[in-house]
Design a protein. Structure first.
Length: 255
């Protein structure tokens, strides 16, 4: 399994892009940088898109992607609430066309598929498990497992309180939201985000529940405190004797 970090930040600049990852060049999770980070031929390879929730920085590039790739149908998977945000605010026939029946109803640019939490689903060659996260709006994370049993969990945006999530997943790799440094630990969880100390508590609970520490990559970073988070991540990795690193744009991980 090849995992490419397209966007690793919560703010966009010349050097930072919004949240999105790409698995094996064909399956994307979130779309904050789905077009801005990929060439047109790379976009054409994408067959499946999973969305964790409906915040702008996670769905932004869906309309631009659909417009450029309108002559084939791409499947989007998300919960009903997320798809409702997408169809009422973005692809609503006003801001952008209703790509679910455009350019032709029988061959639309996008086909929407509803996922249910805790119900395993086969999507292409992957097994997908949807689990609820702790965020300011309904949000979900995904465990993706390929045919060889290699698996990654992408949290999307989340705060602490993940015990029920750990009970359902057992990935080799966790890609986790990390929007704050430890000096903001008192406010990080209010909008539904993590800092290294809060993640450390969640990882201890993961270890108690599952008996091991998976490899951890921190994403959805705030560039203003990224150096602080990097130092705190190193300290946490030492304390737990676990592999914990920060994501960056175009980072590639092989499982």
């Amino acid at each position: 399994m090849k995992i490419r970090i397209l966007g690793a930040h919560m703010f966009e600049s010349k050097d930072s892009r919004l949240s999105s990852i790409l698995i094996d060049d064909i399956l994307a999770i979130d779309a904050g940088s789905l077009t801005s980070s990929l060439t047109f031929p790379e976009q054409e390879q994408i067959k499946l898109i999973l969305l964790t929730h409906g915040h702008y920085d996670h769905i932004r590039d869906i309309p631009a992607f659909a417009l450029k790739n309108q002559f084939r149908t791409t499947d989007i998977y998300a919960t009903e609430s997320t798809l409702n945000i997408l169809t009422t605010h973005f692809i609503n026939g006003l801001v952008y066309p209703r790509f679910t029946d455009w350019p032709q109803p029988e061959s639309p640019a996008l086909r929407l598929n509803t996922v249910e939490q805790y119900e395993p689903l086969t999507i292409g060659d992957y097994s997908v498990l949807t689990v609820p996260m702790c965020h300011s709006i309904p949000a979900w994370g995904y465990q993706i497992t390929d045919g060889n049993g290699r698996s990654v969990f992408f949290s999307g945006d989340t705060g602490p309180g993940l015990h029920s999530c750990w009970e359902h997943i057992s990935p080799q790799l966790l890609i986790m939201d990390m929007g704050f440094s430890n000096r903001s630990s008192d406010i990080a969880s209010k909008p539904g985000h993590l800092c290294p100390s809060l993640l450390g508590e969640e990882l201890l609970d993961f270890h108690r529940t599952r008996g091991y520490y998976p490899r951890v990559i921190m994403t959805h970073l705030n560039p203003e405190v990224e150096n602080e988070v990097r130092d705190e991540a190193r300290q946490l990795a030492t304390e737990l004797n676990a592999e914990i690193t920060l994501a960056h744009e175009d980072m590639v991980i092989e499982l």
